[in-house]
Write a protein that binds this ligand. Structure first.
Ligand SMILES: Cc1cc2nc3c(=O)[nH]c(=O)nc-3n(C[C@H](O)[C@H](O)[C@H](O)COP(=O)(O)O)c2cc1C
Length: 390
C-alpha cells in the first residue's frame, strides 16, 4: 500500500479545526493523560484526545476530575471526551467546558463495553435507546455550538450482531449536528476480541455526509493507509497500536505524507523513549502536588503499566522486566534501563501484533427490558458514573 493508492488524503475537518495528518489518538482511560499525549505529540501531528471525563463528576466539580482536564500550552485543538447518559447533565457539563474554555473539541463516548456501564444502560448500550441517544447528542451540540466547539461521537457497531445500531445512530448524530462520527468496528459483545469490521466502517462512510473516522486494529502506519483505502474514511483513530510505541505517530505522519520510512528502534532508543515517558508523567503528577517527592513516585507508579508494552518482543529477562514494572523513582528507572542492551534490534516479529486489551467476547449485561423498548427515552437510573477515567 502506498499513499498514492489512498483516496482523499485531505486534512480532517472538525468544525473550525483542520487536522493533518487525519489521525486521532483514541481516548484511553488511565493512559491518554497529559504526559502520554505530549509524548505522542512529540512524534507527529494529529488530534490527541484526553482520558474520559464523566459528565456528573464535572458538574459536581469533582477535584480529581477537574485535575484530569489538563492540556499542554501548545496543545491545539484541546480534545476532551465526555461520558454521560443524561441529556441535562451532559448539557450542563458541556456548558462548563465552553464557559470555562476548558477544551476546543468534545467527543461523546458511546463505546464503553464494560459490564458496570452497560448493565445500567450507559456506553455501548445507550445508542439502542435511539430517542435518548438523539436527545443526548442534541443537548451536547446545542450547549457547545454557541462557542463554536465541535462535538463528535464515538461508538461501536451495536450491542451484538443481532442488535446493530451504528448506521441509525450515525444518521441521528449527523442530524443532531455533530462534526464527525467515529466507529470502532466491533460490537459491545465482542469487547476487544476478534478483528474489527472495516466493512461496517465503509458502510457508515457511505451513509453519512459528515466526516467518518475509522477505529479498530490499526497496529502499523500502513494499516491506517489500508483502512482509508478500504473504507474511504476521513480519518483514523489509533488506540492500542501506540501502547509502548508512541513513535507510531511519526510513522503515521510519514505514511500520510507519502513517505515510506518507518521506525524500528533498537532497545537503546526504546529506553530513551521510556525515560521520556516516565519523566513526563513525573512532571504531570508533580505539577500542583504539595509534596514533589510524592509526584515522582506517583508518576513512576503510573508508568509501570507501560513497561511490558515497550519491551514486548525484546529478549529482556523476567527479573529485569519485573523490577522495571515496580519502579518508584527516576533514579531507579535510569539504573535499570542502563542494564538493557542498547544494540538489541527491534523485534520485527512483534510488528502487527495486538497489544493492550485482547479479551474474549462476553455477554452484554443490560438493564431489565432494555432491548424490548427502543423508543423509551427515560434516562437510565444510576448509569452516570461519579468518577472519571474508568
Ligand atoms: C486501556 C483502554 C482504555 C480505553 N478507554 C476508553 C475510553 O475512555 N473512551 C473510549 O471511547 N474508548 C476507550 N477505549 C477504546 C479505544 O478508544 C478504542 O476504541 C479501542 O481500543 C479500539 O481501537 P484500537 O484497535 O486502535 O485499540 C479504551 C481502550 C483501551 C485499550
Amino acid at each position: 500500500m502506498t499513499a498514492s493508492t489512498v483516496p482523499a488524503l485531505r486534512p480532517l475537518t472538525l468544525g473550525q479545526h483542520q487536522v493533518w495528518p487525519p489521525v486521532v489518538l483514541a481516548p484511553m482511560a488511565g493512559i491518554t493523560n497529559i504526559g502520554f499525549r505530549r509524548l505522542c505529540r512529540e512524534q507527529g501531528g494529529g488530534i490527541y484526545v484526553c482520558e474520559m471525563i464523566t459528565t456528573r463528576a464535572l458538574v459536581e466539580r469533582n477535584p480529581k476530575t477537574l485535575r484530569m482536564i489538563a492540556f499542554g500550552d501548545d496543545e491545539k485543538p484541546r480534545s476532551l471526551q465526555l461520558y454521560g447518559t443524561d441529556p441535562e447533565i451532559t448539557a450542563a457539563a458541556v456548558r462548563i467546558v465552553v464557559e470555562r474554555n476548558l477544551a476546543d473539541h468534545i467527543d461523546l463516548n458511546f463505546g464503553c463495553p464494560v459490564p458496570k456501564v452497560t448493565r445500567r444502560g450507559g456506553g455501548a448500550a445507550l445508542p439502542w435507546r435511539r430517542r435518548l441517544f438523539a436527545r443526548l447528542v442534541r443537548a451536547a451540540v446545542a450547549a457547545a455550538s454557541p462557542a463554536g466547539v465541535p462535538v463528535t461521537v464515538k461508538m461501536r457497531k451495536g450491542i451484538d450482531d443481532d442488535h446493530l445500531t451504528y448506521v441509525e445512530a450515525g444518521l441521528a448524530a449527523q442530524e443532531a449536528g455533530v462534526a464527525a462520527v467515529a466507529l470502532h468496528g466491533r460490537t459491545a459483545a465482542q469487547r476487544y476480541s476478534g478483528t474489527a469490521d472495516w466493512d461496517a466502517i465503509a458502510t457508515l462512510k457511505q451513509a453519512l455526509d459528515v466526516p467518518v473516522l475509522g477505529n479498530g486494529d490499526i497496529w502499523e502506519a500502513d494499516d491506517a493507509l489500508r483502512m482509508v483505502a478500504h473504507t474511504g474514511v476521513d480519518g483514523v483513530v489509533i488506540g492500542r497500536g501506540c501502547l509502548g510505541r508512541p513513535w507510531l505517530f511519526a510513522d503515521l505522519e510519514a505514511a500520510f505524507n507519502g513517505r515510506t520510512e518507518r521506525r524500528l528502534p533498537a532497545l537503546g532508543e526504546v529506553a530513551v523513549t521510556m525515560r521520556r515517558h516516565a519523566e513526563l508523567l513525573v512532571d504531570q503528577f508533580t505539577a500542583g502536588a504539595r509534596n514533589p517527592a510524592r509526584g515522582e513516585r506517583d508518576g513512576c507508579t503510573d508508568f509501570r503499566k507501560h513497561v511490558a508494552w515497550y519491551l514486548k518482543g525484546f529478549p529482556v529477562g523476567g527479573e529485569l522486566r519485573r523490577s522495571l514494572a515496580m519502579i518508584e523513582s527516576l533514579a531507579q528507572l535510569d539504573d535499570l534501563l542502563g542494564k538493557l542492551d542498547p544494540a538489541e534490534p527491534f523485534p520485527v516479529t512483534a510488528l502487527g501484533q495486538p497489544r493492550g486489551r485482547t479479551n474474549s467476547p462476553g455477554k452484554v449485561f443490560l438493564p431489565e427490558g432494555w432491548l424490548a423498548s427502543r423508543d423509551d427515552d427515560t434516562v437510565p437510573e444510576g448509569a452516570e458514573m461519579d468518577d472519571s477515567g474508568g
